[in-house]
Design a protein around this ligand. Structure first.
Ligand code: DGI
Ligand code: FE
Ligand code: FE
Length: 196
């Protein structure tokens, strides 16, 4: 892995100011959640730090990165440029920062949509992104409470919030986002469909 200060300097140059500070805050929150849930704090910190590394990268450049990384976009993904930075970021972090740990790469890859049956690190990054220090949407205190006490409940609330927002603005909901909502909704009752 590339040196911490070099990664931070690179992010400062690549990202607009608010996004840079958001990244530092997500890293911090991810580390905090890792300590609570028994995940590797270093992995959580660095995955959080780089999770939005291509957020301010030109769309054409992101398409190029995804193509070089061998990622094939579905029609819905092609029509949803906001989803691209999670995919292009998961490829960019490997070449630019030499962060190739599959668990960290996957946490960045799924940080926007989430998915069913996420790993602990995937859930931590997904939720750190919703609860970082600068977030101030209505309900953020409730989300922070769930983040610290019931991570699966937080994932469900996050996915439900996203689905609602997307539907209100008429944007297509990615199947992984819907799967995250469904999966963690059933986990709320302490059971899975497969266990019924
Ligand atoms: O990058 P951040 O702003 O920190 O947060 P994020 O990576 O969760 O990105 C949020 C954006 O992604 C927001 O504009 C909504 C969009 N998004 C999230 N899930 C979906 C989605 N867009 C579509 N079309 N479909 C989704 O399922
Ligand atoms: Fe993001
Ligand atoms: Fe983010």
């Amino acid at each position: 892995m590339v040196d911490k200060l070099k990664i931070i300097a690179s992010l400062r140059a690549r990202l607009v100011e608010d996004r840079f500070f958001h990244s530092l805050n997500v890293a911090q929150m991810a580390k905090e959640l890792a300590a609570i849930y028994g995940e590797d704090e270093e992995k959580a910190y660095y995955a959080g730090l780089v999770h939005d590394c291509t957020k301010n990268t030109a769309p054409e450049k992101q398409l190029e990165i995804m193509e070089q990384g061998g990622l094939q976009l579905t029609d819905l993904e092609q029509n949803s440029p906001k989803l691209w930075h999670a995919m292009s970021g998961s490829i960019f972090m490997q070449s630019a920062y030499e962060i190739t740990d599959p668990a960290m790469v996957s946490a960045v890859r799924y940080h926007t949509t989430g998915k069913a049956a996420m790993s602990l690190l995937e859930k931590i990054i997904y939720i750190a992104d919703f609860t970082s220090a600068e977030r101030d949407y209505p309900g953020v205190e409730q989300m922070r409470h769930f983040a610290h006490t019931d991570l699966d409940k937080a994932v469900f609330e996050g996915a439900a919030f996203t689905v609602k927002k997307l539907q209100q603005s008429g944007l297509p909901v990615h199947p992984d986002t819907l799967a995250a909502k469904d999966y963690y909704q059933s986990s709320e009752c302490g059971m899975r469909i497969s266990e019924l």
